[in-house]
Design a protein around this ligand. Structure first.
Ligand SMILES: NC(=O)c1ccc[n+]([C@@H]2O[C@H](COP(=O)([O-])OP(=O)(O)OC[C@H]3O[C@@H](n4cnc5c(N)ncnc54)[C@H](O)[C@@H]3O)[C@@H](O)[C@H]2O)c1
Length: 255
């Protein structure tokens, strides 16, 4: 799908990987729609992006909140061609630690935002994409989800995060199969360690070994590198149903 003039919705678009993606796609001529919980960051993000930008304070876990953003986007811009799901949170808690068993509510929260929130937005966006006029190859839409290398090699304390991201990776193929008849593709990016506000919160003690485990280049990924892959996925019509690691060949060790 050509990016120019397409309407692309980006969750978690007010920060990090989502914001870099919005900037990149706007520079390629897309009209961007940012969904995020953080109103203040949405406001500043919209000023950093070229061209027409819509913003919605949205909680990806809430059906009504997402429906409202999608309905208003369709009403104001005429449809949705692309969805990039970047909203998510990290987590740190062991299955059993010296404080006792992993708090169940915390496990549920991480799965709710990272996995259920991702599915909530994509199911409603796909419904809207189904109403688009088909283009070349009968293509109507493209969905990109964000998992993590922790979906495959989660570290000590990442059980909730890994479970949520494993779910995002695992649902990619069945969704591609479900949406094939509607001309909608879906792929998932599994990033390694990227230099975003989420990672900025991590101490040097956590960052250093992760950089060490990254084979080459020996650094954190730049959010712009994530955005470049998003653009390639949108533009390449034969890329479907796949989870792509973007990680400098990192294979995370237990700690
Ligand atoms: N940065 C990394 O190293 C890295 C690595 C692997 C995967 N990821 C994944 O990439 C995605 C983006 O991460 P980032 O590093 O840009 O983080 P970030 O914290 O900079 O951005 C995440 C955004 O999601 C928003 N958000 C959180 N919960 C939300 C909710 N319920 N509804 C709507 N918005 C919500 C936050 O407000 C924030 O703006 C996340 O899913 C993260 O798990 C990041």
């Amino acid at each position: 799908m050509d990016i120019k003039d397409k309407i692309v919705m980006i969750t978690g678009g007010a920060s990090g990987l989502g914001l870099a993606t919005a900037k990149d796609l706007a520079s390629r001529g897309a009209r961007t729609v940012l969904l995020d919980l953080n109103e203040e960051n949405l406001e500043s993000a919209s000023k950093e992006i070229d061209g027409e930008v819509l913003t919605f304070k949205t909680n990806v876990t809430e059906e009504e909140s997402v429906k409202n953003a999608i309905d208003q986007t369709v009403e104001k811009l005429g449809g949705i061609h692309g969805l990039v799901n970047c909203a998510g949170i990290g987590s740190a808690s062991k299955t059993v630690s010296k404080n006792g068993a992993h708090p169940l509510d915390y496990f549920k929260l991480v799965v709710e935002i990272n996995l259920i929130g991702t599915f909530n937005v994509l199911r409603l966006a796909a419904e809207a994409m189904g109403k688009n006029t088909p283009e070349k190859d009968n293509e109507c839409g493209v969905i990109i989800n964000t998992a993590s290398v922790a979906a495959f090699d989660g570290q000590v304390g990442q059980v909730a995060y890994s479970a949520s991201k494993g779910g995002v990776a695992a649902m990619t193929l069945p969704i591609a199969r479900d949406l094939a008849r509607m001309g909608i593709r879906i792929n998932t990016i599994a990033p390694g360690i990227f230099d975003t506000p989420m990672m900025a919160m991590a101490s040097d003690e956590i960052r250093k070994p992760l950089i060490e485990m990254t084979q080459f280049p020996k650094r954190l990924g730049y959010p712009e590198e994530f955005a470049k892959l998003v653009a390639q996925i949108i533009e390449n019509p034969f890329l479907n149903g796949e989870t792509i690691r973007l990680d400098g060949a990192i294979r995370m060790q237990p700690k």
